[in-house]
Design a protein around this ligand. Structure first.
Ligand code: ZN
Length: 187
């Protein structure tokens, strides 16, 4: 009985008070990369907003944090960011604004843009999963991934390919981290 009560109490901690910040962060993470469309300082699909640089800074800020809430919010932001990049992997064509833009160099070739985006999705996903340290965060990871994908998919034409890409990358990262932990516990 006591165990059930503890679970109910913990589950309640993830209640309404946390839902609103999670929704806001999910929205910000989904929109963040495209802020480069609203400034004259950088060009659309800038390497600064469409890559792992900012997510990595956020990850290092939160990784050592003792606040589970902060870590969870950063995790949701990273999930939303990674999903945005999954959709960006499927533009109408690989030219101009579909390419990654580097200041003073310009748009880089399609192959390098694709590699940059894929590597960034891997890093964001890895960082998000590394922030999980209890089962509630694991459930939050799963639910957020599904909900954010559905939300972002509303405004997209291509949905199946980004979904396949996301599932493949999530599976590889989860498998890698899990086998590493398994190895560590068996050594
Ligand atoms: Zn974008």
């Amino acid at each position: 009985m006591a165990v059930i009560l503890i679970h109910i109490k913990r589950a309640r901690n993830w209640g309404i008070a946390n839902i609103l910040p999670i929704l806001i962060v999910a929205y910000l993470g989904s929109r963040f990369p495209d802020i480069d469309q609203y400034t004259y300082l950088i060009t659309h699909r800038s390497i600064f907003t469409h890559g792992f640089l900012f997510p990595l800074v956020l990850f290092f800020l939160s990784y050592k944090s003792k606040s589970t809430r902060f870590r969870s919010l950063v995790m949701v932001f990273l999930i939303a960011f990674a999903i945005h990049l999954c959709f960006d992997m499927y533009p109408k064509g690989w030219y101009m604004h579909a390419l990654i833009h580097v200041p003073s160099i310009g748009w880089i070739p399609a192959i390098f843009s694709q590699i940059w985006i894929i590597v960034s999705i891997f890093i964001c996903t890895y960082a998000a999963i590394r922030l999980i340290d209890n089962r509630y965060q694991a459930i939050l990871f799963l639910l957020s991934t599904i909900a954010i994908f559905l939300y972002q998919g509303l405004s997209e034409i291509t949905r199946l390919s980004p979904l396949v890409l996301l599932v493949i990358i999530d599976s590889i990262v989860i498998f890698k981290i899990y086998t590493k932990w398994n190895l560590r516990t068996h050594l």
